[in-house]
Design a protein around this ligand. Structure first.
Ligand code: UDP
Length: 419
């Protein structure tokens, strides 16, 4: 990748990116491009890659951070030699054949089925809820799927509409109560969700807790998709490859809003927060939840710090009554069986402000987003793509699919014209 850094102050974390940096002295803004793309994350990179390889079109990617890859960015930690992610664990899973086929082009993928443990009442249990979760937490001896179904049926809550008909869940609390009942909800979902969102599940749309499956067997895998894997050389290497075409120019450390007047592009792809794009309207801002990561290195640890790559701490206090203000701990050494005589882990906390990570799905934000969306649809020559621009919590595969489909849509006529 030819990355022009507009500023050579690089934080330590990004220093060992695999990106090759060429000090391209030519002003990247003096040229004309077919496309300008704001953001070098998944959405922007997929769009640029497609324009380059399918149509031979040029793209200028403008990235605010000092690295490509967006929140997928990973790097080898120099102190431990362990590859870690700067913005939290990224586990790839998809049921979209098109996406699975597409990502094969940029990496060798190692099959990996993610498993999460939670520490609840001082015990390690599988998350999502399985037979083993219930047996451990409630001293049950459930031995079959039928018995688990029966147990769940006794716990599950049903909701009715005014006509006495069973209705669907209207918020995330109802999702959890319908699926696992009050007791597991109180232990595993209510306090975690509050730590993660600073809102109770009843205040959030059903899509938040719908993400987590419930199993009537011993299958402790976090995801159910047919394709689950990790890129052999990490995610940053994928972006390096995606952006390697000479048709693609990347400038980092550059805020789009500070250079937008100089840009000469036929079309714009914007992957940043939609409300920032329309800041001049003076409307209320959309709400985003952010994360912070506390890095801990342990010397003399040829083994592991914890039993799994991700251990959740759903409760607000531990067995000794001490406050647990974090949601989960990620130990990257587990991923792809990395070896080191040290280990490194990241304690994850959620916060307001800072880098926007998660759109907050409640009615107020959804309605506000609809107003921004109407403006976005009217914006000539601009496509809003990705999690922040669509205010929608895309998984990695959703982001890729969405970008591929938008590329198809925007280039339909070009393709017809060239046959
Ligand atoms: N969640 C929970 N307890 C858990 C794990 C997840 O209550 O142990 C809830 C929480 O509200 C979280 C949501 O389920 O935001 C989705 O979890 P997921 O692991 O998919 O979140 P992500 O990894 O995307 O942050």
């Amino acid at each position: 990748v030819t990355v022009t850094e507009m500023d050579d102050t690089k934080p330590k974390e990004a220093a060992n990116t695999t990106t090759t940096t060429t000090a391209d002295k030519e002003d990247p803004f003096s040229k004309e491009y077919d496309n300008c793309i704001v953001g070098a994350g998944l959405s922007g990179s997929v769009i640029a890659e497609n324009y380059a390889t399918k149509l031979g079109q040029t793209s200028l990617i403008i990235e605010k951070r000092n690295h490509i890859g967006g929140n997928c960015y990973d790097y080898t930690d120099t102190e431990t030699g362990i590859r870690v992610s700067l913005f939290g664990a990224h586990l790839f899973h998809t049921r979209h054949e098109r996406v699975w086929e597409y990502v094969q082009r940029f990496s060798e993928w190692v099959p990996y089925e993610h498993q999460v443990l939670g520490i609840v009442n001082g015990k390690h249990v599988p998350i999502p809820v399985t037979i083993d979760t219930v047996n451990t937490l409630f001293d049950e001896k459930i031995a079959s799927t039928e018995e688990m179904d029966e147990w769940l049926k006794k716990e599950q809550v049903t909701f009715y509409d005014e006509d006495g008909e069973e209705r669907e869940a209207e918020n995330s609390e109802e999702v959890a109560l319908m699926r696992v009942g009050q007791r597991l909800y109180d232990l595993m979902f209510k306090p975690y969700t509050f730590k993660q969102w600073a809102k109770y599940p009843a205040e959030l749309g059903p899509e938040v807790l719908s993400r987590i499956p419930v199993r009537n067997n011993h299958d402790g895998r976090y995801f159910s998709d047919p394709h689950q894997a990790l890129p052999k050389d990490g995610y940053t290497a994928i972006f390096d490859k995606m952006l390697s075409s000479p048709k693609i120019t990347v400038v980092t450390n550059t805020d789009y809003f500070e250079v937008r007047d100089k840009l000469k592009c036929k079309r714009l792809y914007y992957t940043g927060p939609v409300d920032s794009y329309f800041a001049d309207l003076g409307w209320a801002k959309l709400e985003y939840r952010s994360l912070s990561f506390e890095r801990v290195v342990k010397d003399n640890t040829p083994g592991y710090f914890q039993q799994a790559s991700v251990v959740n701490h759903p409760q607000a206090t531990d067995v000794d009554g001490k406050e647990v203000d974090f949601t989960r701990i990620v130990e990257y050494k587990h991923l792809l069986n990395q070896t080191s005589d040290k280990t490194i882990y990241f304690i994850e906390r959620s916060k307001d402000g800072g880098e926007p990570y998660y759109p907050v799905p409640n009615d107020e934000n959804k309605n506000l987003y609809k107003r921004y969306q109407e403006m976005a649809e009217k914006e000539e020559g601009v496509t809003f793509v990705g999690r922040l621009a669509n205010y929608k919590y895309f998984n990695m595969d959703d982001a890729i699919l969405n970008a591929l489909e938008l590329f198809d849509k925007d280039t339909k006529d070009i393709k017809t014209a060239t046959g």
